[in-house]
Ligand binder design. Sequence first.
Ligand code: PA5
Length: 437
Amino acid sequence: MLKLDITKVAPFVSAETIKGYAPRVAEAQKSLEAGTCPGNDFLGWLHLPSSITPEFLDDIQQTADILRSECDAVVVAGIGGSYLGAKAVIEALSNSFQWLVGSNGPAVLFAGNNIGEDYLSELTAYLSDKRFGVINISKSGTTTETALAFRLLKKQCEQQRGKDVARRVIVAITDAKRGAARTCADKEGYKSYIIPDNVGGRFSVLTPVGLLPIAVAGFDIRQLVKGAQDMEANNALAGEYAATRYALYAAGKKIEILANYQPKLHFVAEWWKQLYGESEGKDQKGLFPASVDLTTDLHSMGQWIQEGERTIFETVISVENPEHKLLFPSDEENLDGLNFLAGRRVDEVNKMAELGTQLAHVDGGVPNIRIAIERLDAYHLGQLIYFFELACGLYCQLLGVNAFNQPGVEAYKKNMFALLGKPGYEKETEAIKARLG
Ligand code: PA5
């Protein structure tokens, strides 16, 4: 099982202080179970893993197999919670050089998570000679970034592959009844999956939102779900992490930096940042979730972490066993003086870098939490996902915010639509024009 080590928080916040939050964590857990916490319409993720049936996973796998056999590339259109979970798991499980060495299935690409004209132009140009399919993911079914990408991709897919094939290789994952994505899927007869009403975007990786793209990429969704189920059944560490974060926040820490020592975990951190940032950043409260990839960023952000403002703490995700074995080579000339490492595992060097950094950061005034997983596979990622989700739900209650809404996200949309002259936004357009002069 996943391990949590908070001993290197002790110089900053005592173990007793953290334990002192245990009754509040227990209360928070009870109110999640009883559905009495703020945002209780969105608690579908809480027992989602144990509710997933083998038949449901078979259905997802069958759809994935159709896309895998009929496509050279599958584009996942979605933003925020409608893409980050899939991206995180696929990146973590893929060969780091898959673009060069190829994968044993279609390339899984992502779009609809930005409005970059160059990005979309280059994507559509790349797809112009490919047998491609699309997974259109939007809970609301109205998100501009996703809708734009989907319009482009649907048209291109129909033109390149004909309407009949397009109907087979376009899949929609959206609300059961509402939104343009649902209307379109029903009208066109696409295979579609429902995002449950009570599961918010950033908690949806274990619904078809994450499971279908992950299965299309060729990874084991059964093991992913099994890992999450085991963590759901054995979840005490999530409460400890929540209590530790809260104790550090109460002690004046404002930024949590999620650090990894495996480049494949970069997007796990991006997923985590959304989960925590969108859930807790409310009412002028909340830790700012940041991330670094180490040791890479020790040569860029390391100075700041070591000696900058002391309002940070660090949470390290450590992978105990790499998938491959590689030894540090010996060199006759030994110009770099590194022959003392010859014959030792590269991972040993990495682990000593991790430990050395952890000790240095603690000495520099940065509390350190360590989360260790045995290996980077679907099962352990499933554990990690549920661990972070539950800890988020618990922590937000300690903080006193509704973890499951995101009212602040609307502000930019309102201004963007007013600036673009969207019908119905006339008053806002006038106000913004007057403001900009
Ligand atoms: O967590 C959330 O709810 C958001 O990040 C959404 O996932 C994101 O805004 C995309 O929304 P939708 O799936 O409705 O297009």
